[in-house]
Design a protein around this ligand. Structure first.
Ligand code: AMP
Ligand code: MG
Length: 516
């Protein structure tokens, strides 16, 4: 196996001169060198064939001991200089100061893709935690980041999932019941792992020199079409980050993904979905839903609030970049643009979900009344939209029957609820009269934006429970299923189903803690 690893990031950006792996405040540096710890008995559970090929690993490579040692950090390539990044962040709306890669160790780049190991031991940024990751959170990150990519949602990727052979102590529900769990490592891959927080840390310390070094590096490496850095280019850079962030969040809304911890340290500068923690998928459509138990009280990161939080986070990034621009008005204009683009793009997204290709002013009404109906009783988002593509405008009276599998309890579909649905289908049928596309074309188009299969919370949990018993069959099944989320997969049709009742209140299936 011949891995061609580069060190563009570390070669071009200032390093922390302290080489000791002690927890500390790190000043005037983008990262600290640190080595992954050795694991006692690593085993490979899964490899993403797509990332394998993207990074040019052969089938023999991934079966080799060398590959296993590489993706678990047991051996570090001769020219690799592993490091952890220094960043800060706003967590749940409050400034949290220095955070950094507390359990992610970067190895360098392969073919322009940055590779990092999540769960491979402490770093100078581990604060009071252990630098490790458990199997359950690693399966969730591994499956979901690949699934998101196949759904067409910008995301960091995953190359491999491994067990370390070591035990990790976690108190899953933070209720004083710690227990040992299996340790695991995901090797993650992205064009860049830089976050809003990487920029925030320098401006918070008034370290404009390093803020500029990092911003110039980011533009040169990832936004090179913008040209040589200047005030104008910094603004264009911010505009692009803003657009990419919005685009990502509109995709989340489209597929029903709730990130759960949209802190600024979890916002990628490339607009990638990053840091899969207590995320969840909407089952019943509900703007107020958050999967994160830590967020239960204020629901800051609830489904319906994600676009607003994206904007809030961009304000923090604007503040961080301000010293390079020194003018508030053009930054504010970009942020205003986010607001109006959000309105427009989310309407366009909903139109596409409804199979509407033309643009009518009154569409907003049909969208809003649909959202009201979906929330009136528990209605499965994925099943509803997928099934809707079979609706026939000639038979509006059959609408409710068509989508009835999406209702969690059928006996609530009566009275006003039923009347509102009937009215909605009548309005929708009428609206479809204005469309020129055939029913067949519409169905095809709708099925490209309304996934049939998503990683429902209980599905991930089932895969975890099996993997914990050394059975990776379900992990493999989910991986394959979610590679083609928009396709009919008759053999796996049983995953096109509502969340079973046993999963409604089960830990890991409905609410998730940050423990990982
Ligand atoms: P998160 O909320 O998971 O994005 O994490 C917030 C911060 O805590 C980041 O700086 C993480 O690197 C760090 N962190 C989370 N879990 C651990 C852990 N087990 N050990 C060390 N640092 C951690
Ligand atoms: Mg994070």
């Amino acid at each position: 196996m011949n891995i061609q690893l580069t060190n563009f990031f570390t070669d071009q950006l200032p390093a922390d001169p302290n080489l000791e792996n002690t927890r500390r405040e790190v000043l005037e540096a983008v990262y600290s060198f640190v080595r992954p710890i050795k694991t006692s008995n690593p085993t490979l559970l899964h490899v993403s064939d797509e990332m394998q090929h993207t990074l040019d690993f052969s089938n023999e490579d991934i079966q080799s001991r060398e590959f296993l040692e590489f993706v678990t950090g047991n051996s570090v390539l001769k020219n690799s200089k592993p490091f952890a990044m220094c960043y800060a962040g706003h967590q749940f709306g409050n400034w949290a100061g220095q955070l950094g890669d507390g359990r992610a160790i970067n190895l360098g780049e392969i073919k322009d893709w940055a590779v990092q190991l999540k769960g491979s031991g402490p770093t100078p940024y581990s604060r009071t935690a252990d630098g490790l990751a458990v199997l359950r959170s690693s399966v969730r990150e591994y499956l979901c980041s690949e699934a998101m990519h196949h759904l067409g949602v910008p995301s960091t990727r995953a190359l491999s999932l491994s067990l370390t052979g070591d035990k990790v102590l976690r108190d899953v529900m933070y209720n004083g019941n710690p227990a040992h769990e299996k340790g695991a490592i995901v090797s993650r891959v992205a064009k860049s792992f830089l976050r809003f927080g990487n920029f925030e840390i320098f401006s918070s310390r008034n370290d404009i020199k390093n803020l500029k070094i990092l911003t110039d590096y980011t533009i040169k490496s990832h936004f090179s079409h913008l040209g040589k850095p200047s005030k104008e280019v910094y603004l264009q850079f911010f505009q692009e980050v803003s657009s990419k962030t919005l685009e990502m969040i509109i995709h989340w809304q489209r597929v029903g993904f709730v990130h759960g911890v949209m802190n600024t340290d979890n916002m990628s500068i490339l607009g990638l979905t990053i840091d899969y923690g207590p995320y969840g998928w909407l089952e019943g459509f509900d703007f107020g839903w958050t999967p994160n138990t830590t967020d239960k009280q204020h629901k800051r990161y609830r489904y319906g609030n994600q676009p607003t939080i994206g904007l809030w986070n961009l304000y923090q990034l604007a503040n961080a970049l301000y010293p390079l621009i020194e003018e508030a008005a053009p930054l504010e204009k970009i942020l205003e643009g986010y607001k109006s683009n959000f309105e427009k793009k989310s309407q366009d997204m909903m139109r596409a979900k409804l199979g509407l290709t033309s643009d009518k002013e009154t569409d907003i009404n049909i969208i809003q009344s649909l959202e009201n109906n979906l929330q009136a009783t528990e209605t499965d988002m994925t099943i509803f939209f997928r099934t809707l593509s079979s609706f026939k405008k000639e038979q509006p009276e059959k609408g409710v029957e068509l989508i009835q599998d999406a209702f969690y309890t059928l006996d609530t579909i009566k009275g006003n609820v039923l009347n509102n649905w009937k009215q909605w289908f009548a309005d929708y049928a009428k609206r479809l009269e204005d469309e020129t596309t055939s029913a067949e074309e519409r169905q095809q188009q709708m099925n490209k934006v309304n996934p049939k299969y998503v990683l429902r919370n209980y599905m991930a949990q089932l895969a975890i429970d099996k993997a914990d018993k050394e059975d990776t069959s379900l992990l493999e099944e989910m991986y394959l299923l979610l590679k083609e989320p928009y396709s009919e997969q008759p053999k796996l049709e049983h995953w096109f189903a509502k969340r079973p009742e046993w999963a409604r209140h089960k830990v890991g299936c409905s609410m998730l803690s940050c423990s990982s």
